[in-house]
Design a protein around this ligand. Structure first.
Ligand SMILES: N[C@@H](CCC(=O)N[C@@H](CS)C(=O)NCC(=O)O)C(=O)O
Length: 205
């Protein structure tokens, strides 16, 4: 039994963590949930994540939920994999910005666009400001490449990259050349290819 267990449904936001785990190279177990059958609302799982959502990660006695928090946690817990920017490194500020920017700005901007409100709130009231600014910031971030932190692939690419990749797949972000090139580079990574193939097999089973 591995020391890491991912509570997982394929495909879903827990696929972000599966990719992260494949990048990490540490052994992990899966605890599979069927979202269709409502496993996420069963008391046993609600005691793991009271939000009734995947992913959740168990590492020994520690439970972490929220995909971006899990990726940040794993990168820091297993620094040998080189997927974090450690405390004390001046680049850590930018690294953390991207890890928070994805769930804090990119995802809300995309979901608000997909499910528009009747009355558009004022820009100043929305943490992400407005959709176009978020898209411009992401495009400028990924354009120099190959990764958000230059040559250094990090957990921030797993988090931001997963969101951009998923949103492109579903036509939820503009097909900007910067996004397409960035996702193309990410899709060359063996760990993402492995995680995708494993999830496809799981979903088909
Ligand atoms: N903020 C959470 C979102 C997790 C989330 O929405 N997961 C979806 C799957 S993509 C889920 O578990 N849905 C089942 C449900 O809400 O019943 C994170 O980033 O981890």
């Amino acid at each position: 039994m591995a020391n890491l267990t991912l509570y997982h449904a394929a495909p879903s936001r827990s696929s972000v963590v599966r990719w992260m785990l494949e990048e990490l190279g540490e052994p992990y177990d899966l605890h599979i949930l069927s979202l269709m059958k409502g496993d996420q609302q069963q008391p046993a799982y609600l005691s793991v994540n009271p939000m009734g959502k995947v992913p959740a990660l168990r590492h020994g006695d520690t439970v972490v939920t929220e995909a971006a928090a899990i990726c940040t946690y794993l990168a820091d817990e297993f620094p040998k994999a080189g997927l974090n920017v450690p405390v004390g490194d001046p680049r850590r500020g930018a690294y953390l910005k991207w890890l928070f920017f994805s769930p804090g700005c990119i995802e809300p901007a995309i979901t608000d666009r997909a499910f528009p409100r009747q009355d558009e709130p004022r820009r100043s009231m929305l943490g992400y400001g407005d959709f176009d600014t978020v898209m411009n910031v992401v495009a400028r971030g990924v354009e120099p490449g190959p990764y958000l932190m230059g040559e250094h692939f990090t957990a921030a690419d797993v988090v931001v990259g997963s969101t951009v990749r998923w949103a492109l797949m579903f036509g939820l972000v503009p097909t900007r050349p910067e996004f397409i090139a960035y996702v193309g580079r990410l899709e060359q990574r063996p760990a993402l290819q492995r995680a995708t193939a494993l999830d496809q097999a799981l979903a088909a089973a």
